[in-house]
Design a protein around this ligand. Structure first.
Ligand code: WT7
Length: 637
């Protein structure tokens, strides 16, 4: 295996590594100037900013005196210049279902919805929950909120009614936009029904806008439910963009942490858009007329930033895919690439691993000749998987960019820049402009040079999280109190002799299952909702395809016949409380858990037992009952 892959691609925005180094130095030495210039050059402002960063990492603001609108930057400016350019190519679950929307049509579709929302009372600052399938109306809904300055909170279509309810409550949403059903991999998802159940126990929602998609019968509350198509049919075809301050909120997106309920990560307008815009442009070397496809769902940050806001703010053509990689079979991704002549393809390592497992024969029915850049995101990519992606999918002639970032960072922070940064399989390589990564040990000591430690970021970047919605203190606690004056990512990483970063994964109690971030605490509280469960502890186990899978140790209140039912019921309970993505792969019923004398569960030990690393259990003498360890090993699921 070669250590360095030398770039072949010509990045139109950056000449070479020297120019990267020059701009990078400038960006970290004078971030104000650097990003003000970029903001003015790259975005359209109603009032241009004169201020950069406010020098307060924990209460960050960027471009505070600037006025703009995200929808204007993503739609209007291109609808004026290139009205007939394709903005979104939609590919449905079935091959023959496809549509293309030009920038002019996008403007009209978003405007009529924005006018409709305005007509029912949506205004600047209102929170709107969007629980939609991957259809064009999901994009229209997000952009219509942006036009009005309403704050969207997109909830992934795979989440359960209970998960929707808690997100609606937390953000106090007054409106929900949904569809009757979604379709994915040939299966129907009962979205409206889930919303109905969610709303039984919450009072903040006044109106539910429902897109008729599959046409199935749904329950209808005429005092609350509004038909999407009726609403937009009566509206004017243009809606002005509300003028927003750069620091006005743009959206909230919930993400799991190591403790408590998911946090509502809040992003604002100017800084977020600049981060999305610049990373998309530079990292993927975007040029006019190229087709970009990010396979994520709009319910995750990757979908927000790289299906919509990054590509559209660059006037790109972005592909939105309703389906899954395995339907009708494992050639689907490559078939879509050929059908739509995709040039830049962005997916998660877990999807690539699943396709490797399905077999190389699924590559034979496509040429993939249009591909130039291959991106990955969401979890560490094993060097072998990187190599397969490069050699087999890209036929050794594409750039691979492994992009590291988080919901909280808004846009990519560590990644190669296509055609500029020499890559190493498995490394996210070097920081993007303005990003100062650092590695620290458990005591907060900064590690220099080649080192392995906890990954922090030492200086603000424009698209950083601004707050946890409704709980600023929680934001400071979570990200800014582990290490002084630093943002702590929750990830571990290694820096090699060339200064390249190798992110190894979470060092906290957060799991990454198929690229989905899941807090162990959330799964545990879902499990203990089962009436016969006394206590539960959840850890991650290595999984060849998913990256990690969930392993649960469960203490039952009563041990009796019918434990098999309890097993199924617990799994069902987790689906109900969170969603299918959080279902445990294994449950082991146990008499007790390894606890210290003060009652703290020693997860380190559980992690080792679940992963079969029982030779390296470490010191177990501090346990209240050391005999439990052997018992757990013997009883492994
Ligand atoms: C966590 C963030 C925004 C990306 C989608 C997931 C892991 C993300 C990489 C990568 C190694 C990665 C980290 C991070 N992660 N990208 N390229 N290499 N790990 O966003 O749900 O907020 O999860 O995903 O552990 O902390 P998220």
């Amino acid at each position: 295996m070669k250590n360095f892959e030398k770039p072949k691609f010509n990045n139109p925005h950056l000449e070479d590594l020297d120019s990267y180094n020059r701009q990078y130095l400038e960006s970290i030495n004078s971030p104000d100037n650097f990003f003000l210039n970029k903001a003015i050059e790259n975005l359209d402002w109603f009032v241009e900013p004169t201020l950069g960063f406010n020098n307060n990492f924990k209460n960050a603001s960027w471009f505070e005196d600037g006025i703009l609108n995200i929808a204007y930057n993503c739609i209007d400016r291109y609808a004026k210049k290139n009205p007939e350019r394709k903005a979104i190519i939609w590919q449905g679950d079935e091959r023959l279902q496809t549509k293309a929307i030009t920038y002019k049509e996008l403007l009209e579709n978003v405007s009529i919805l924005a006018n409709g929302l305005k007509a029912i009372g949506v205004k600047k600052g209102d929170r709107v929950c969007i629980y939609m399938p991957m259809i064009l109306e999901a994009a229209y809904s997000m952009l219509a909120c942006m036009r009005l300055g309403a704050v969207h909170s997109v909830v992934f279509g795979g989440f359960s009614p209970e998960a929707i309810r808690s997100r609606i409550d937390d953000a106090d949403c007054r409106y929900v936009i949904t569809a009757d059903e979604g379709i994915r991999g040939g299966k129907r998802v009962p979205l409206k029904k889930n919303v109905d159940i969610a709303l039984e126990e919450t009072n903040s929602v006044e109106k539910v806008i429902v897109k008729r998609y599959t046409g199935t019968e749904t329950n209808w509350d005429s005092s609350r439910d509004i038909c999407y198509d009726d609403l937009v049919s009566k509206q004017e075809k243009f809606c002005e963009c509300v003028h927003l301050k750069a620091e006005d909120p743009s959206f909230i997106l919930y993400t799991s942490g190591s403790t408590g309920k998911p946090k509502g990560v809040m992003h604002t307008t100017g800084g977020y858009l600049l981060g999305a815009h610049l990373t998309f442009k530079y990292i993927f070397g975007y040029q006019e007329n190229k087709i970009f496809w990010c396979t994520a769902d709009v319910g995750w940050i990757t979908g927000h930033t790289y299906i919509l806001y990054g590509p559209l703010s660059n006037g790109a053509t972005t592909l939105m895919f309703e389906g899954v990689p395995s339907y009708p079979d494992a050639s689907r991704f490559w078939q879509v690439c050929d059908d739509h002549k995709v040039n830049i393809f962005y997916t998660a390592p877990t999807a690539i691993r699943a396709l490797i497992a399905a077999g190389e024969k699924y590559l034979e029915s496509s040429s993939r000749n249009s591909l130039e850049i291959l991106g990955t995101v969401g979890e560490p990519i094993n060097p072998e998987v990187w190599q397969w992606y490069f050699e087999k999918v890209g036929k050794s002639s594409c750039e691979v960019v492994d992009t590291w970032w988080q919901t909280e960072t808004g846009s990519v922070l560590i990644s190669p820049i296509a055609g500029v940064t020499p890559t190493k399989p498995g490394s996210a390589t070097l920081p993007f402009f303005g990003v100062i990564p650092s590695l620290v040990d458990a005591d907060g000591k900064t590690l220099e040079g080649e080192a392995k430690g906890n990954l922090c970021i030492d200086q603000s970047w424009p698209s950083q999280i601004r707050t946890v919605y409704g709980d600023h203190h929680r934001m400071i606690e979570t990200y800014f109190s582990t290490y002084k004056e630093r943002y702590f990512t929750g990830d571990g990483a290694r820096r090699d002799k060339d200064g390249y970063y190798w992110v190894t994964g979470r060092v906290d109690d957060v799991l990454n299952v198929s690229g989905h971030r899941i807090g162990t605490a959330e799964v545990e509280s879902a499990i203990v909702e089962h009436k016969n469960v006394a206590e539960a502890a959840v850890v991650g186990i290595d999984h060849d395809i998913k990256g990690q899978a969930i392993y649960a140790f469960v203490i039952l209140k009563k041990i009796e016949a019918g434990q098999a039912n309890t097993y199924e019921e617990i799994i069902e309970q987790v689906s109900l409380s969170i969603g299918k993505i959080a279902k445990p792969e294994h449950i082991q019923f146990v008499r007790d858990l390894p606890k210290t004398r003060s009652g703290k569960i020693m997860r380190r030990i559980l992690r080792k037992i679940a992963n079969n690393n029982t030779d390296e259990l470490g010191d177990i003498t501090t346990l209240a009952d050391p005999t439990i360890v052997d018992e757990l090993i013997k009883g492994k699921a």
